[in-house]
Design a protein around this ligand. Structure first.
Ligand code: PEP
Ligand code: MN
Length: 350
């Protein structure tokens, strides 16, 4: 059961609700987001209906909703309206318009980022992606440029107006990365890094949570619940493929998850067909399919010279191929009644 408190309620009134829940033998989780305060009632007792009736009687309680799912606050049962994550420059993820986040796997230098940012923006991307801290399977692979990479991304944002999304891997980097990023990305390998998730709950930056390599949808939603229940309500999910017996592709992009998530949760859903397939030739067809399936945004790896990329060149699109992707995705988006955000957004800067 969750209890949504009216924004006009005083801290004393909120405390009255908490005290009542505890007095009737339940655990309690108070999630104070930037817009709403939601109280989760934890545990199973026979007096739940009575508690619900009593709490519903307070005039500072907006509503009391029974939730059967283990993930309470991110469940559709608790909140029917879609969550729309709003960035300061007017970008809204989870609304009707479809956003495209594009850029290289990793920040390799200033020139390539600037060139890529300008190109993807001219094609209709509305966010710039690029990793400064890279989770590498091999300790001998490139680990990212660190703070210098964040600086370069910020310069590209200044030059183009594109907000930036970049991965954070370590709770010790939260202060630094939040200074630069518009959206914090939690990578697949860290989906169940609970220490990191709890840190994400404390920031006021939106977080995009990628699906773990072999995570079920329920495990993924519970990971999202850590961030939401801890007080950060700007959570975005990203399907990026899962491990299956199939080795012909890098991962198996689970597009079932997109319409399934739309029934289970109110959070926005992004699809990353670059990591989802591992092959650039498959990226555009699967991007089209993702939009047809209901994705709110796409994350696409783009590199000026994929053959020379330090990471993930084999799944990166060159500039021409990205332009083609945008053209085709736009047509599919319109067919399902959704515009590409850059066609309707005037809020973006230069
Ligand atoms: C990435 O986006 O570059 C990345 C490392 O993705 P994932 O965590 O999905 O592997
Ligand atoms: Mn990558």
């Amino acid at each position: 059961m969750i209890v949504v408190i009216k924004s006009s309620a005083t801290p004393q009134q909120t405390q009255m609700v908490v005290d009542k829940i505890v007095a009737m033998g339940y655990g309690v989780n108070v999630s104070q987001g930037s817009e709403r305060l939601i109280i989760g009632v934890l545990g199973v007792r026979e007096n739940k209906d009575m508690l619900a009736a009593q709490l519903g009687g307070f005039d500072f309680v907006e509503r009391v909703v029974p939730v059967s799912k283990s993930y309470k606050l991110v469940s559709r049962e608790g909140t029917h309206a879609d969550t729309v994550v709003r960035l300061s420059n007017g970008v809204e993820i989870g609304g009707n318009a479809i956003h495209v986040m594009a850029g290289p796997c990793t920040v390799e230098g200033s020139e390539m980022i600037m060139e890529t940012a300008r190109w993807v923006k001219s094609c209709g991307a509305t966010l710039l992606r690029g990793g400064a801290y890279k989770p590498s399977t091999s300790p001998y692979s490139f680990q990212g440029m660190g703070e210098e990479g964040l600086e370069i991304l910020a310069q590209a944002r200044n030059a183009t107006g594109l907000p930036i999304i970049t991965e954070i891997m370590d709770p010790r980097d939260v202060e630094l990365v939040t200074q630069y990023a518009d959206i914090l990305q939690i990578g697949a390998r860290n989906m169940q890094n609970f220490t990191l998730l709890k840190e994400m709950a404390k920031t006021r930056k939106p977080v995009m949570l990628k699906r773990g390599l072999s995570a079920t949808v329920e495990e993924w939603l519970l990971a999202a619940e850590y961030i939401y229940a801890g007080g950060n309500h700007d959570v975005i999910l990203c399907e990026r493929g899962i491990r299956t017996f199939e080795t012909a592709t890098r991962n198996t992009l689970d597009l079932n998850a997109v319409p399934l998530l739309k029934t289970l949760t109110h959070l926005p859903v992004v699809v990353d067909p670059s990591h989802g397939t591992g092959k650039w030739e498959l990226v555009t067809p699967m991007a089209r399919a993702a939009v047809a399936a209901g994705a709110d945004a796409l994350m696409i790896e783009v590199h000026p010279k994929p053959a020379d990329a330090l990471k993930d060149g084999f799944e990166s699109l060159n500039f021409q191929n990205f332009a083609t992707l945008m053209k085709q995705v736009r047509a599919v988006a319109l067919a399902v009644g959704r515009p590409i955000a850059s066609d309707v957004t005037t809020a973006l800067g230069a």
